[in-house]
Ligand binder design. Structure first.
Ligand code: GLU
Length: 559
């Protein structure tokens, strides 16, 4: 029996010859410098920050070379597939402004000349190419059961030899055709294996775009091409898809580096040109004193939707991703804060090439994010905060949108300055950072508690009535500048028995209630319940006289 007979036995007579697919998917009509890049996530759960990292890098390489960036969903591992994960990938990438030139939209619809971009819809294609390998004498069926393979592996371990299906352990490699026929007649499940010609003891050189020239052992494993259900393994699907979709640059995780030997042999067995490869280190996390790979299971910061839920503007995360990719982002950002993060002059050369890879630092994300939010107008911040809260904190959304003009005034505080306020790093801190401006979130009992904790309650009680009277002066709310306001508020403090004269206070502490700073501290706590606020001049002005008096009265129980 020849290869054609075996191929027909395995695949029947109806499988299309590979030429059919070459005709259907002709080469792209692009200049040779154009890079075709791709993102190929498996729909096995949430969208990992590593996918966004890969997405940004690949998008930029395609943009900068006037190439194409496409999305392919690698769903061949049906056991690990999670319901809804595909839609999550598409909507997540969309949310962060990562656009694909081909692939999916709306989680379902596909577009592009090389469709389908979902691997389980490409079974006919894989069958053709798998059959082609049988025709070329480079693939054969293997009927070993899981149990038999396990036994073989245990034997290899006992013999202290490398585990795997190779050499003399490749049981079905040279099986007589009668045995194959018999198994097929009984409908015994089988996998299709690659027939390797390599020698593990021989090294071959391989150029990795990130790691440089390296030596990898030749592959000698007869690894699986098609599983028992006819679905391809990653190895076969990778070669077929990246060839037919004309990928020029395969960027993938470092964990695939050990499979390069297999892939090189597979490319060559088809006589396909080998694309460029770049194996990228994963994103890490500092855990105590050690640095380890960010874990999909253990680390909530691995899930990019968490950042959306916390209300980080998506550009902040993109900026942060650029920073992970290129540390020079920091210097650029210092001088270019007005720019869009997408304008960052990304450099492929600056990627952390070897070593463990970049380490995530959420403090840095907060810095970038508060810079971005500080650049927005009060109106834009109000829009975005309401939009976020509508999705994640409906009561807060109702509150701030019902008092929109007041909200904008609050957000305008210290915004129009050379060094604007940077107290908002994401929308979820809105409640804490500006909530006290809103009466329904202002809790006099909590303020009393804070005053008690700070041991200021007695002083406040002793001045509250006069404070309310003195704070009724319109001038405290109508002056236009801090400079003009300061003498006015100092006069109030003075009349209540607080002094700005440190020498006098030291000489005769009994004669005063305290210094000016303690007065301001009391006033600030009574107005806001916190020590961290913008300048009180702005706070009082935006709150207005009526609200200020009401707060003094409610904390003092003055009725
Ligand atoms: N589906 C593979 C993964 O998620 C993609 C690897 C590749 O980009 O080729 O690791």
């Amino acid at each position: 029996m020849n290869n054609l007979d075996l191929a027909t036995l395995l695949f029947g007579a109806d499988v299309k010859p590979i030429q059919f697919w070459f005709d259907k998917y002709p080469a792209r009509n692009l200049p040779p410098t154009a890079e075709i890049t791709r993102l190929c996530p498996s729909p096995t759960g949430f969208l990992h920050i590593g996918a966004l990292y890969m997405g940004v890098i690949n998008r930029r390489i395609a943009n900068d070379s006037k190439g194409v960036f496409y999305l392919r969903i690698e769903d061949t591992d049906t056991d690990r597939e999670v319901q809804g994960a595909r839609a999550l990938i598409v909507s997540g990438m969309e949310e962060f402004g990562i656009k694909f030139d081909e692939g999916f939209i709306d989680g379902e619809k596909q577009f592009g000349a090389y469709a389908p971009y979902l691997q389980t819809q490409r079974r006919d294609i894989y069958a053709s190419f798998a059959r082609e390998l049988v025709l070329r004498g480079r693939a054969y069926p293997c009927f070993m059961t899981r149990e038999e393979l396990d036994i073989q592996r245990s034997q290899q371990e006992a013999e202290k030899v490398r585990p795997g299906y190779y050499g003399k352990y490749a049981t079905w490699r040279d099986a007589p055709i009668e045995k194959i026929q018999e198994k097929l007649k009984n409908n015994t499940p089988y996998v299709l294996r690659f027939k390797s010609m390599g020698d593990q003891n021989v090294k071959r050189s391989f150029k990795d775009e990130f790691l440089g020239d390296i030596q990898v052992p030749q592959n000698d494993e007869d690894f699986v091409l098609l599983k028992t259900n006819g679905i391809p393994t990653y190895h076969l699907a990778h070669i077929i898809d990246d060839y037919l979709m004309r990928t020029t640059f395969v960027i993938r995780g470092r964990e695939w580096l050990s499979s390069v030997g297999k892939h090189l042999e597979l490319w060559e067995s088809f006589d396909f040109p080998i694309p460029k490869y770049g194996h990228l280190s994963p994103i890490n996390k500092k855990d105590g004193t050690t640095v380890r790979k960010l874990s999909k299971r253990k680390d909530p910061e691995a899930d990019i939707m968490r950042y959306v839920e916390l209300g980080y503007p998506t550009d902040a995360l993109i900026g942060y991703i650029y920073r992970l990719a290129n540390p020079s982002f920091d210097v650029w950002w210092q001088s270019k804060r007005q720019a869009s993060v997408w304008d960052f002059p990304f450099q492929l050369d600056e990627l952390q090439k070897s070593g463990p890879g970049p380490v995530i630092d959420l403090k840095k994300l907060d810095d970038i994010s508060s810079d971005i939010i500080a650049m927005m107008t009060a109106e834009e911040v109000a829009d975005r905060m309401i939009k976020w809260a509508t999705r994640y904190d409906a009561p807060f959304a109702n509150l701030i949108s019902s008092e929109r003009p007041y909200l904008e005034k609050v957000l305008a505080i210290e915004r129009d300055l050379e060094n604007p306020r940077k107290d908002i790093a994401n929308w979820s801190v809105g409640r804490d950072s500006i909530g006290y401006f809103f009466d329904s979130l202002f809790n006099p009992d909590k303020v009393k508690q804070v005053l008690a904790d700070e041991k200021l309650q007695a002083i406040f009680n002793s001045i509250s009535k006069d404070l309310a009277d003195l704070m009724a002066a319109d001038v405290l709310y109508t002056t236009d500048s801090i400079d003009a306001w300061l003498p006015e508020i100092k006069a109030v403090a003075d009349q209540l028995g607080f002094t700005t004269d440190k020498v006098k206070l030291k000489a005769n502490p009994e004669a005063f209630k305290g210094d000016f700073a303690s007065f301001m501290k009391i006033l600030r706590l009574v107005m806001t319940g916190t020590n961290r606020t913008p300048n009180l001049f702005h706070v009082l002005k935006v709150m207005g006289k009526e609200r200020v008096l009401q707060r003094i009265n409610s904390v003092a129980n003055l009725g």
